[in-house]
Design a protein around this ligand. Sequence first.
Ligand code: UDP
Ligand code: MG
Length: 318
Amino acid sequence: MSVPEISVVLPCFNELPNLPELRRRLVSVLEATGRTFEILFVDDGSRDGSFEAMAEFAARDPRLRALRLSRNFGHQMALTAGVDRARGRLVAVMDADLQDPPELLAEMLAKSDEGYEVVYAQRTAREGESAFKRATAHLFYRLMRRWTNVDIPVDTGDFRLLGPRAVAAFRSLRERHRFIRGMTAWVGFRQGAVTYVRPARLHGETKYPLRKMVRFALDALTSFSHVPLQLGTWLGFAVSSFAFLYIAIVVVLKVLGINERGWTTLMGWILLLGGVQLMLIGVLGEYLGRIYDEVKGRPLYLVSDEVGGDPDVAGEPR
Ligand code: UDP
Ligand code: MG
């Protein structure tokens, strides 16, 4: 067997109940395309036996591979590990909970044949997710669009099909705080979309609680925008201009001798300015912490086990 035509990368964190159906549907979709393929499961430190299940799939079918990270590194890292190790000429990435329907791959492959280097799946609706999640996601994608200098498509997850040049470009991006849907937009080339209705998770609960979602949104914003850093400059100008005016008024009042009250105003201003200053120091901290993480230069993830795949296939980049 030579290098497969397409690799499908699946980051999994405690997805055991979804794995059998995922494997079945993926294999049948990929076989129907008539192309050679590999399916690469990446276990992101699951504790429910997901890895044992994938390893068993891999032992029975050389087209299936299983990779285990040494602990939970997070979705974006697991996905990166998978793309790094994928052997296929094209690489598809998708969620393991069947919210990204494997059947859409056929349409995405057709689009890639038309010469699109990056094909992303854009959802026209989402099923089975809370109004809160839908509303925050809606707002988030639109804010990102305004505040960043890359053209990040709205309403897309990480469901993507990457061509060889996009894969090579993606592998060269080694930043630590990764917002992958932004990174795949950043690489450029011809980008195209296919649309779908995002179904609910098959089994289990979301692995992105609010805390992780906020982290993720901050990573996205700081990776692609300096707007929060510039906030201080603009606020500083605004407050200073106002201060000059106010000082003039205060001096005049003093000269006229009508200047005794004012404790309330004073407290108000002290609290307001103190708050704004602390908030802006926090913004600096967000960037500074990320710079610190980058300069440490640690590996993005560590692999503990790897099972399956045809040992004769070359082309594994790292
Ligand atoms: N995931 C992962 N590591 C994590 C969290 C999630 O590999 O730390 C995987 C998860 O198994 C799934 C995908 O990332 O395949 C997307 O996660 P999830 O479906 O929970 O996110 P949601 O669809 O709710 O945004
Ligand atoms: Mg999901």
